[in-house]
Ligand binder design. Structure first.
Ligand code: PA5
Length: 471
């Protein structure tokens, strides 16, 4: 497959009955029915957007956020050798995905390969991991910016990381040092983090209201960190803006988000409840992780919009080509035909390698000698896709002409809007996450927070170990 145009494209022939047969593939009649069901949703989403109900859609057009984060990054960058992000879920995964996609693999270790501070994103509360890191960091605190990100300001993981580092900064650098090294990204008005930031007079960035963290990578949550690490946020936002025109197209057949959502919805209803995203590019691997959260938290819902119990939601799975060919493809081909595959394929790699000559004793390696490594990678993608198609497994491909900020911006926006369409097709609210909130409250209860005593007593019988069952 070759592409000359800039941007990304969705290729969907390999989900059709022409390729994988009418038992598994989408027939013309089914495609028409999907178009009829999905087309009115294009208007519906437009109206919701106009009514201010899906504010993430306007993030790429918000010049104020871009200007503010660039100003702050310019102010801080020169004296910053390390940038530490504290956050979880939507406050971390977009940041990690942008870094892996748009900065070199050796960014942290090789100064000549980086245009900003080393980056560390902490999205866990593992004491062994954080201890090791803080041992290294403690002599470098005055050259480190800590960006604590919590939209709600109430998440126990981020709050505890913050309290550990706050103490370290206060002990080592005093209140002025704490103030100098911190940036807080949180709700403009409310929440615990906002309160602490106001009292300590910390630098603050705002997270606009009205959407979950998983839709926030194009806000200050992702943009400040990206700007600090030399990522071209103007191109990122331009890519998203240009994708906005495509995903607003009222013609179903020209609208990649509507088609993508419709295809996913169709296969879910046909029993393919799992959705595998498999990039053939190391740089794109964490976008599959970002997608996993976006898809799971947005679409996994107990109730539909009218309150009926539905328990829907495709299970997103991430895999990496070629690595997982040697781990998952046996199952993908011969196990249950319950998956839709989405490959991410890159046409032009900005760095490439020629494979060396074969030694005389191994002429059988001659077929590799002299080939570009990117050619091998893309042949492996085609080979895996072919093998899956031979077993009637539906395959989509998102084609990147290359991996750059513009195209990554396109991808992010395409999948965010695909999620909105999928939510509408499933008849659920893709913007809340009530089940995550219960886990957060249960953590408060188990940690003895005031006001959560009743919940703590409900949890106890379920979490205490019954030794009769311990072998
Ligand atoms: O998508 C979401 O809303 C969640 O994944 C949140 O990003 C995550 O729970 C962290 O929440 P907060 O940023 O409020 O600390």
């Amino acid at each position: 497959m070759s592409m000359s145009e800039k941007g990304i494209k969705l290729y969907y022939k390999n989900v059709t009955s022409d390729v994988i047969g009418s038992q598994q593939g989408i027939t013309d009649t089914q495609f028409k029915a999907l178009a009829e069901k999905t087309s009115p949703l294009i208007q519906q989403l437009k109206q919701q957007r106009k009514a201010g109900q899906i504010p993430y859609r306007d993030l790429p057009f918000n010049d104020q956020i871009a200007t503010q984060v660039k100003q702050l990054a310019d102010e801080l960058k020169d004296n910053c050798e390390n940038l530490v992000v504290l956050g979880i879920g939507g406050s971390a995964l977009g940041n990690i995905a942008l870094q892996t996609a748009l900065n070199p693999y050796m960014y942290n270790l090789d100064e000549s390969q980086r245009k900003g501070p080393r980056l560390f994103v902490f999205d866990n509360v593992d004491p062994a991991q954080l201890t090791s890191f803080l041992e290294w960091l403690s002599t470098r605190l005055d050259r480190t910016i800590i960006n604590v990100i919590s939209k709600s300001g109430r998440t126990a993981e981020t709050a505890s990381q913050f309290l550990i580092i706050r103490k370290l900064l206060l002990d080592k650098l005093g209140p002025a040092g704490f103030r100098k090294q911190m940036v807080a990204t949180t709700d403009p008005k409310q929440g615990t983090l906002r309160k602490i930031a106001a009292e300590a007079d910390l630098r603050c960035l705002e997270v606009p209201d009205g959407f979950g963290g998983r839709f926030s990578v194009l806000s200050a949550i992702g943009l400040f960190r990206a700007a600090m690490c030399g990522i071209d946020i103007d191109s990122l936002l331009q890519g998203a803006r240009d994708m906005d025109a495509c995903v607003s197209d009222e013609d179903f057949c020209a609208n990649p988000a509507a088609i993508n959502a419709a295809i996913n919805y169709h296969f879910y209803n046909q029993g393919k409840k799992n959705s595998v995203m498999m990039p053939y590019s190391y740089a794109l691997k964490d976008l599959a992780d970002w997608f996993r959260q976006l898809w799971a938290e947005s679409l996994g819902k107990a109730k539909d919009l009218t309150g009926n119990e539905v328990h829907v939601g495709p299970t997103p799975i991430k895999a990496l080509g070629t690595t997982d060919q040697h781990s998952q493809v046996q199952l993908y081909r011969e196990g249950p035909n319950d998956k839709l595959f989405t490959f991410l394929e890159v046409n032009n790699f900005d760095k490439d390698l020629k494979i060396g000559p074969a030694p005389d004793v191994a002429p059988e390696l001659g077929f590799l000698a002299g080939a570009d490594l990117s050619t091998l990678l893309n042949c492996e993608k085609k080979a895996t896709e072919y093998a899956l198609l031979k077993n009637q497994r539906p395959c989509l491909t998102v084609l990147f002409d290359s991996v750059n900020a513009y195209n990554v911006g396109q991808f992010i926006y395409l999948y965010e809007v695909t999620t909105s369409f999928a939510g509408a097709l499933f008849g659920i609210n893709p913007y809340d996450q009530p089940a995550v909130e219960l886990g957060k409250d249960a953590t408060f209860a188990l940690m003895g927070r005031d006001g959560f005593e009743d919940l703590a007593s409900q949890i106890k019988p379920l979490t205490e170990v019954d030794t009769d069952f311990l072998i």
